[in-house]
Ligand binder design. Structure first.
Ligand code: ADP
Ligand code: MG
Length: 257
């Protein structure tokens, strides 16, 4: 396969953090390829390294060892400035905490990444269809505090998509939503993958969210301990018990070692 078909390639990436006197190994030699148009979920307990992995892929953090390639370009050697520009072009990021700017209207929040990249005209052209798809047409003149949680998250998604990124990263995007809004968001992510061919990497610990993706990798203590397709599971309950089984059996192996 050519590099073009593998928009996200993580090779032997490791990341350590210093916490006072101790060093935490957040990621240990993680290798992961994500194909074009794939919808991948990263699952794992709190502290297993999910956000660190996503931040490395986004170029928000640099690995201590190993490399990250996005659309065939290696991030590791890029300057901070080049990395920021590269990210704006290629990657849309959705966070649990929305991160909207409170003093700007929803419209200005959504257009911000395009404005910072000199692409405001294209963005204004793309805006109406994006808003109608996200059911936000009537809300965009409001500031974030006048929007519901679901609307704020949809505005954050519109902001992530305004530059038409090929890759969308979402870190626990349903974490601040009720279950109805959470499931609607999952449906939208799935559509972005199926209809628009975007490559999506989602981090969650909720099986009812993970079931919308096509493949799941499980992280534990900074390592990938399993990778499997979701197609074999009829509902999120069967997926949840499979996931529990993986984590439990790894615990037993760990104890035996
Ligand atoms: P997850 O998203 O799965 O909950 P994280 O990737 O946030 O896990 O964290 C993995 C480990 O790295 C945790 O032990 C966490 O405390 C540590 N860690 C993450 N980011 C930092 C940081 N900026 N400084 C220090 N430790 C960090
Ligand atoms: Mg996290």
């Amino acid at each position: 396969m050519s590099e073009k078909n593998i928009p996200v390639r993580v090779e032997n990436a490791s990341k350590r953090f210093r916490q006072g006197d101790t060093v935490v190994e957040a990621l240990k030699e993680v290798t992961l390829d994500v194909a074009e148009g794939e919808f991948l979920t990263v699952m794992g307990a709190s502290g297993s390294g999910k956000s660190t992995l996503l931040h490395l892929i986004a170029g928000l953090t640099r690995p201590d060892a190993g490399s990250i390639s996005i659309n065939g370009e290696i991030l590791t050697g890029m300057s901070d400035r080049r990395l920021t520009m590269f990210r704006r072009r290629h990657i849309g990021i959705i966070f649990q905490s929305f991160n909207l700017i409170p003093t700007l209207t929803a419209r200005d929040n959504i257009l911000l990444p395009a404005a910072s990249d000199g692409r405001i005209l294209e963005a204004e052209k793309a805006l109406p269809s994006l808003l109608s798809r996200l059911d936000l047409e009537n809300r965009i003149s409001h500031r974030p505090d006048a929007l519901s949680g679901g609307e704020q998250q949809r505005a954050a998604i519109a902001r992530a998509l305004i530059n038409q990124p090929a890759i969308v990263l979402a870190d626990e995007p349903t974490g601040s939503l009720d279950s109805v809004n959470g499931q609607n968001l999952c449906k939208l992510l799935r559509e972005m993958c199926d209809k628009d061919g975007r490559t999506i990497i989602l981090v969650t610990h909720e099986p009812s969210v993970a079931i919308w993706s096509k493949r799941i990798v499980v992280l534990k203590d900074g390592r990938i301990i399993s990778s499997f397709e979701t197609s074999g599971f009829k509902d999120s309950h069967s997926l949840a018990s499979h996931y529990q089984g993986i984590v439990e059996s790894d615990k037993r192996n760990g104890a035996a070692a």
